[in-house]
Design a protein around this ligand. Structure first.
Ligand code: KMH
Ligand code: ZN
Length: 275
């Protein structure tokens, strides 16, 4: 059994800074959060950025500055979101790779997303996958529902293995409109993954803990962070990303699978040394 890969999804595109003051939205806040989360046990940071008004943006110049600042502040694997916000267009989402991150998210299908739709039609998924291979950016396959797993099989069957040669997935569970965040669903999803694939899981909102415990017991890895969860326990807002990482690291250690270092994570995911 390997150690546990812990990814922190620190900001997301949905939470409102006005309502959630602890959300890291400036570059300084993000690098400070990254350093704290590294100390707490994170090995990968999943990154969404905000503009000067704290609104989500995919501005490539800002993304480049963010990648550089995170690399200067930490040795974390930098995984940029290509999902962005539900309002972002496909061209802007493809252009995220111009910022030359270590890794990126790659959602394998469309899903209802609360009252919105997170659009990932096959043509876009295919174009993004081919671009990750061309640019040698290691994708993490984001799976919000079972149809996304079918699309992942098709992607690998038609276009071969990803950059780095290893398939790592993230089960994003408990999104209103996606698969539920419970143990039975988690086990069924894991059984449907391509052979040899590794996986992390994250549960949105109140599904955080069931999914975390389920993933640890099923041999998976963990994603936590304020993109996915804004309360630490019932009625108690999260004070910052680091306490979510610390809780995940403590539970992983209790499960005899302590957190991987970023160097171990790079080897595990097929990502080369830091640029
Ligand atoms: N913000 C969601 C619409 C990703 O980062 O790749 C999409 C998302 C997935 O967060
Ligand atoms: Zn995201």
């Amino acid at each position: 059994m390997t150690g546990t890969l812990i990814t922190v999804a620190a900001t997301g595109a949905e939470a409102d800074k006005g309502r959630v003051p602890a959300l890291p939205v400036t570059l300084d806040e993000l690098t400070e959060t990254a350093a704290q989360c590294r100390r707490a046990g994170a090995a990968v940071i999943h990154v969404h950025i905000r503009d000067d008004d704290a609104k989500p943006t995919l501005d490539v110049g800002r993304l480049k500055d963010t990648v550089a600042a995170l690399r200067a502040a930490t040795d974390l694997v930098v995984q940029l979101s290509t999902g962005g916000a539900v309002t972002d267009g496909f061209d802007a989402r493809l252009a995220v790779l111009d910022a030359a991150p270590d890794a990126c998210s790659l959602t394998c299908g469309t899903v209802n997303f609360g009252d919105d739709v997170f659009a990932n039609p096959w043509g876009f998924v295919k174009d993004l996958y081919l671009l990750t291979k061309e640019r040698s950016v290691v994708p993490e396959f984001e799976l919000f529902d079972f149809g996304h797993i079918a699309a992942l099989h098709r992607l690998l069957g038609e276009f071969g293995p990803p950059a780095g040669g290893h398939v790592h997935c993230d089960l994003v569970m408990g999104v209103p409109g996606g698969m539920p965040g419970d143990a039975a669903t988690l086990v069924a999803a894991v059984q449907a993954l391509p052979g040899g694939a590794t996986w992390s899981a994250t549960g949105i909102g109140r599904t955080t803990l069931p999914v975390l415990f389920g993933a640890l017991s099923a041999g998976g890895h963990l994603r936590v962070g304020m993109e996915d969860t804004l309360t630490y326990s019932r009625g108690r807002p999260v004070t910052g990303n680091a306490e979510l990482v610390q809780r995940a690291a403590d539970l992983a250690s209790l499960a005899q699978r302590p957190p991987m270092t970023p160097a171990q994570a790079r080897e595990f995911l097929g990502i080369g040394p830091p640029a």
